[in-house]
Design a protein around this ligand. Structure first.
Ligand code: DGY
Length: 337
């Protein structure tokens, strides 16, 4: 019987993927609720051909250089800013991610945060729980309307498109977007108009971020950008925390520069318990759960397992971040010890 490839799985993922991995690989699974410390991960991966990583695992040159047999890093996420992709490609290591299956769940969460922040749902909930609700209040918890408003989407990829569909189809919203690449389908389907970022910020009632985190998008939203937004605007981020200068966001929320924010991502994650962000009545913060539905996480687990298995068996990955690895791709190193 051929020896199964040795792999490390850095957290328990749904059985839909884990069972596939266990059947095909000699898998060590980290079953702690917190991520493995970096030094330990590096030590574990040193003898592996495959790694299932999470967005909390930093996969850098030091780690890759300590893993001479490593053929594939299968990220359990669509985003892959935790991995040094050029370095992986240079070393012949394939990288996989989980696009597509989480598009609707993430767009739903962006819209959920949008409504929650615009209509002050969490503030109202806390008021009720605190026993402060005494009567129907003509001036209590007034928020922003959604219908017919302008939705500004920064990053019109799969998730941006799905959000535009919800806003345009459900709430008759006008859609503006900012992206390096034009999205002809969003323009045709929703009359979406591609504009530069300052125009989007000035014109939008709701601004939702769906950009990937790169060196050039880090800190994309700072004091200058918030100052351009309407006082009634609601800012939503379900992408990555470091896209936003969080101190500038806190200042904008405190000063009334913008109306409210809904965040599924922060920097760092989790935020420090003393962070002022967590004390603001006009900011809803969720613990990075946009893809957290049963079927979405199962779908992610299946793609992640397929990517891992393809990577350790020398096949094309189902969702391949760096197909450019091509002929440089590492070969089967032989029997795992
Ligand atoms: C991702 O996939 O990149 C999300 O942030 C977690 O689902």
């Amino acid at each position: 019987m051929p020896v199964k490839p040795k792999v490390f799985v850095s957290r328990i993922i749904p059985d839909a993927g884990l069972n596939l991995i266990k059947a095909q690989c000699d898998a060590e699974i980290w079953n702690d609720p917190l991520p493995p410390p970096y030094a330990l991960l590096r030590q574990k991966v040193a003898v592996c051909e495959g790694l299932v990583a999470l967005l909390t695992d930093k996969i850098d040159t030091t780690l890759m250089d300590a893993a001479p047999r490593l053929r594939v890093v299968s990220n359990y996420a669509v985003g892959f800013n935790n991995i040094d992709i050029p370095a992986a490609t240079e070393r012949g290591i394939c990288v996989g991610n989980t696009p597509g299956v989480l598009t609707d769940a993430t767009a739903d969460m962006a819209f959920c945060l949008l409504i929650a922040a615009a209509r002050r749902v969490v503030e109202g909930h806390q008021y009720t729980l605190a026993g402060k609700w005494k009567t129907w209040e003509p001036l209590g918890y007034l928020g922003q309307d959604l219908h017919g408003k302008t939705l500004g989407i920064v990053g019109m990829g799969r998730i941006g498109y799905a959000l535009a569909k919800r806003g345009h189809g459900g709430w008759d919203m006008n859609v503006l977007y900012h992206d390096e690449i034009a999205n002809a389908k969003a323009e045709a389907d929703f009359g979406a108009r591609r504009v530069d970022l300052p125009e989007l910020l000035r014109e939008s009632d709701f601004v939702s971020v769906h950009a990937s985190l790169t060196d050039s998008s880090r800190g994309l939203f700072g004091a200058k950008q918030f100052a351009l937004m309407k006082k009634t605007a609601v800012f939503i981020n379900t992408a990555r925390g470091p896209l936003v200068d969080q101190k500038a966001l806190v200042a904008a929320l405190k000063s009334g520069t913008i109306f409210a924010a809904g965040l599924d991502v922060t920097e760092p994650e989790p935020p420090d318990a003393a962070d002022e962000l967590l004390r603001l009545p006009n900011c809803v913060v969720a613990p990075h759960i946009a893809s957290a539905t049963f079927s979405t996480r199962n779908g992610m687990a299946e793609i992640c397992a397929d990517n891992l298995i393809a990577g350790v068996t020398g096949k094309p990955l189902r969702a391949w971040v760096n197909p450019a690895v091509g002929s440089q791709r590492r070969n089967n190193p032989g029997t795992s010890k």
